[in-house]
Write a protein that binds this ligand. Sequence first.
Ligand SMILES: *[C@@H]1O[C@H](CO)[C@@H](O)[C@H](O)[C@H]1NC(C)=O
Ligand SMILES: *[C@@H]1O[C@H](CO)[C@@H](O)[C@H](O)[C@H]1NC(C)=O
Ligand SMILES: *[C@@H]1O[C@H](CO)[C@@H](O)[C@H](O)[C@H]1NC(C)=O
Ligand SMILES: *[C@@H]1O[C@H](CO)[C@@H](O)[C@H](O)[C@H]1NC(C)=O
Ligand SMILES: *[C@@H]1O[C@H](CO)[C@@H](O)[C@H](O)[C@H]1NC(C)=O
Ligand SMILES: *[C@@H]1O[C@H](CO)[C@@H](O)[C@H](O)[C@H]1NC(C)=O
Ligand SMILES: *[C@@H]1O[C@H](CO)[C@@H](O)[C@H](O)[C@H]1NC(C)=O
Ligand SMILES: *[C@@H]1O[C@H](CO)[C@@H](O)[C@H](O)[C@H]1NC(C)=O
Ligand SMILES: [Zn+2]
Length: 505
Amino acid sequence: MVGQIQRPHVAVLAVLLCWLTGGLSIPDPRLRETLIQLENSMQTGGNVMLSNAEKQLDSLLLKMKEEEMNRTHFPPAMHFFKARDLIRTSPLFKVLHRMPKGAVLHLHDFAMVDVEWLVKNVTYRPHCFICFTDNQSIRFIFSSQWPKARPRCSPWNLLEKLRAQSVNATHLDNSIMNNLTLFTDKDPETVYPSQSEIWYHFEQTFQAVLGLVTFVPVFRDYYSRGLSLMYVDSIMYLELRALLPELYELDGSSYNTSYTLKTYQEITKQFTAENPGFFGARIIFTIHRGANESEVVQAVEKAMTLQRDFPDIMAGFDLVGREDAGRPLWYFRDALSLPAEKRVKLPFFFHAGETDLEGTDVDQNLLDALLFNTSRIGHGFALLRHPLAKELSRTRDVAVEVCPISNQVMKLVKDLRNHPAAVLMSENHPLVISSDDPAAFGTSGLSYDFYEAFVGFGGRKSNLGTLKQLAINSIRYSSLDPSEQEQALVLWQKTWDKFVSENTF
Ligand SMILES: *[C@@H]1O[C@H](CO)[C@@H](O)[C@H](O)[C@H]1NC(C)=O
Ligand SMILES: *[C@@H]1O[C@H](CO)[C@@H](O)[C@H](O)[C@H]1NC(C)=O
Ligand SMILES: *[C@@H]1O[C@H](CO)[C@@H](O)[C@H](O)[C@H]1NC(C)=O
Ligand SMILES: *[C@@H]1O[C@H](CO)[C@@H](O)[C@H](O)[C@H]1NC(C)=O
Ligand SMILES: *[C@@H]1O[C@H](CO)[C@@H](O)[C@H](O)[C@H]1NC(C)=O
Ligand SMILES: *[C@@H]1O[C@H](CO)[C@@H](O)[C@H](O)[C@H]1NC(C)=O
Ligand SMILES: *[C@@H]1O[C@H](CO)[C@@H](O)[C@H](O)[C@H]1NC(C)=O
Ligand SMILES: *[C@@H]1O[C@H](CO)[C@@H](O)[C@H](O)[C@H]1NC(C)=O
Ligand SMILES: [Zn+2]
C-alpha cells in the first residue's frame, strides 16, 4: 500500500539552507544531492518503493522516454491529431498499453466507442434512416416505418438506399464518420480556429451519435464494446458520466431512465462475469448545464431516486457541457442543496475549472464545487489560479481528474509540457489521469493520455513509481466503498505483478 507522502517540513529546509550558506562559497554537493532527492520524493509516486524487477522495468521505461524526447518532433508538444501515429507506434506506448492502469474515472457515455465501428457496423444495420440538418450536420433514427420529419432537417433517407444510389459509398461513409468525431487528418488549427467553434462541433457530434446509440439493440452492443475497449487497454474499472436518455425500439416505443440504468447494470454484470480481470463500472448521472433551473431541480430529484433504487451502480451526479457557455454551479445552488436539505445521499462529481478565463462567474465553479462537497473535480484546469481551492482540494483529499488530450484538443493548452498538472504532479496533489471523450479525440482507453502525462508533463522526473501511484489513485479516489477498493486493489496488484514480471529481462 502507498500512503500520502508528507510534505518536507519547512523548518528542516531552513536549517539545511543555513548550513548551505555557512561560510562556503560553493554549496556542499551532498546537501545539493539531498535537496534534489527531497524534491523528487515530493512528486506523485515519489515515495513508492520499487522491487528489483520494478527497478529494471523503470530503467527500461526511462530509456524509452529518452528516445521519445530525442525525436525531432516531440509528440507532447504537437497537436494530438498530428502526434497520434507517432505515439501509437512508439515502444513506450506499447508498454503503457499493457500496463494495468486501474480505473477511468472521467469518461462520457457517448464518446467511449470508436466511430469506425459506429459507421461500419451500426449504420449498416437495417432500418437506419439519416437526415441532413440545415447546419451541415446529420441525424439518425432506426424505425420500422417511415419516421416523422425532424425540424431543421432534410426529409429522412433510408441509408441503405442512399448508399446503393451513391457514386462512392466510401466517400459517404467518411463524411458520416467525420460528423461523429472531432478527429481529422486536416490541419486541426484551421478546422477549429477557436474554442467556441470546436465546442460547437463537439456538441454536434453528440447530437449525431445520439439517434444511433439510443436504439435498444445498438445501445447494448455499444456499451458492451465500450467496456471491452477499456479492458483491452488494461483498465479494470470505470465510472461513466451518463445522460441516461430514453432508449427506443424499432416501432417507436420508448423506455424511461430507470430502464437505461438497468441496462447498464445488466451489461456490466455480464461483462464482469465473463472477464475475471475486470472489476466493474458505476454511473454518474449527468444533465447538460444548458438546462434551466427547474430542469436541474427535476434532474437532482431523479438522481436522488435512482441513487436510492440502484445504490450499486449509481455513483452520483454531475453537470456536463462547456462551462464557459453554461450557467455556473452557483446559479443552481437551490437544486444542488436539495440532497443535503432532505438528508439524502447524492455524491457530486462536478466538472469545474475547465476554463482559461480567470475571474468569470464560471471560474468560481472550483470553489463552489468544493462548497457543495464534490467527491472529485472534473478537469480542474484552472486550479493553480485558485490557491484556496487548491489547498482545500489537497487537505480534503478531493482528487482532480486530469484529461490531458481533452484539454489540448479543446484549446486550453498547446504544448502538454505546460499543462497545469505538471505542477500538481510535482507535489503529489491528489489526482488521476483520464480520457474524457476518447472517440471524439480519436483515442481509445487511457494509454494515450498516460503517454502525454508520463512523457509530457511528467518530464524526465516521473518514473514507474509515478505510474504505479496513478493507477492506485484511480482506485483510491473512485466511488467504491473501502472494502470494494481493497478487493479492487488486490486484483490490480495481481495483474500488475504479472505485467512487471513479463516486462523485465
Ligand atoms: C538521446 O540523445 C542523447 C544526445 O544526443 C544521446 O546521448 C542519448 O544516447 C540518446 N538516448 C536515446 C535513448 O536514444
Ligand atoms: C457488429 O457488432 C456486433 C456486436 O459487437 C457483432 O456481433 C457483429 O458481428 C458486428 N457486425 C459486423 C457486420 O461487423
Ligand atoms: C447552426 O449554426 C449556427 C452557426 O454556427 C449556430 O449559431 C446555430 O445555433 C446552429 N443551429 C443549430 C440548431 O444548431
Ligand atoms: C471514393 O472515395 C474515397 C474517399 O473519399 C476515395 O479515396 C476513393 O478513391 C473513391 N473511389 C472512387 C472509385 O472514386
Ligand atoms: C457531415 O455530413 C454532411 C453530409 O454528408 C457533410 O456535408 C458535412 O461536410 C459533414 N461534416 C463534417 C464535419 O464532416
Ligand atoms: C420508469 O418506469 C417504471 C415502470 O415502467 C417505474 O417503476 C419507474 O419508477 C420509472 N422510473 C423513473 C425514473 O421514472
Ligand atoms: C425550462 O425548460 C423547459 C423545457 O425546455 C420549459 O418547458 C420551461 O418553461 C423552462 N422553465 C423556465 C422557468 O424557463
Ligand atoms: C457539506 O459537508 C458539510 C460537512 O459535512 C455539511 O455541513 C454541509 O451541509 C454539506 N453541504 C452540502 C451542500 O452538501
Ligand atoms: Zn468531461
